[in-house]
Design a protein around this ligand. Structure first.
Ligand code: AMP
Length: 218
């Protein structure tokens, strides 16, 4: 299954992609995680991306397209993947089509996380992430068992710089301007599914149902 998660930052895409990876073995490809790892290691990519990420702006399409092209060609992604945070512009979506078509592959389903802005701000400003593997928590809605420590690997939890309220608001503006047009782009193709919001397990059940139904058709 080749799956795209579409929706604003903080909609739950990363949380659900991690569950799908853990429980179904479908690899999560999070372009945000890839950029943050490159920034932490101060690679040339990380240095180039930092200014954009810190402002809440998008990293240029050519950079992102190269990253994803390389990543979906790796062995673990040959059987399928969940793209979490890509594509984010029409240019990225068209480039993804080209890459997949030339490899004889296609997108099976685009899952849309439709969450209002006021909910997003509450979720993102309370979000915490683990240093070791980017496992996701929320100080109020999904706290770890021991304060400040990851349940899975015990590493320290921290707040992403771009989860500060001012940057969150900027990311939402960018989302509405540049990413929301993808809703119409994919809706026209008959691969589009909308998730109703709910708690983590309720959303996961819907997601699994969608993926199993689509897999049965494929
Ligand atoms: P995320 O973790 O998906 O919220 O991504 C964090 C930040 O990384 C975004 O605010 C962007 O600055 C950058 N980023 C991640 N994915 C993309 C993408 N597909 N295109 C452009 N920038 C991206």
């Amino acid at each position: 299954m080749n799956v795209i998660f579409l929706g604003p930052p903080g909609a739950g895409k990363g949380t659900q992609a991690q569950l799908l990876q853990q429980r179904e073995g479908i690899p999560q490809i999070s372009t945000g995680d890839i950029l943050r790892a490159a920034m932490a290691a101060q690679t040339p990519l990380g240095r180039r991306a930092k200014a954009y990420v810190d402002r809440g702006d998008l990293v240029p399409d050519d950079v992102m397209i190269e990253i994803v092209k390389e990543r979906i060609g790796q062995p673990d992604a040959r059987r399928g993947f969940v793209l979490d945070g890509f594509p984010r512009t029409l240019g990225q979506a068209r480039a993804l089509d080209e890459v997949l078509t030339s490899a004889g592959r296609r997108i099976d389903v685009v899952v849309y996380f439709d969450i209002p802005d006021d909910v997003i701000v509450r979720r993102l400003t309370g979000r915490r992430v683990c240093r070791a593997a980017a496992h996701i928590y929320h100080i109020e809605f999904s706290p770890p068992r021991a304060a400040g420590r990851c349940d899975v690997d015990g590493s320290e939890l921290f707040q992403r710089d771009d989860d500060q309220e001012e940057t969150v608001r900027r990311r939402l503006v960018v989302y509405h301007q540049q990413t929301e047009p993808l809703v119409e782009f994919y809706r026209r193709r008959g691969v589009f599914e909308v998730l109703r919001d709910g708690d983590i397990e309720a959303v996961y059940r819907q997601l699994l149902e969608i993926i199993k139904t689509r897999a049965g058709q494929g």
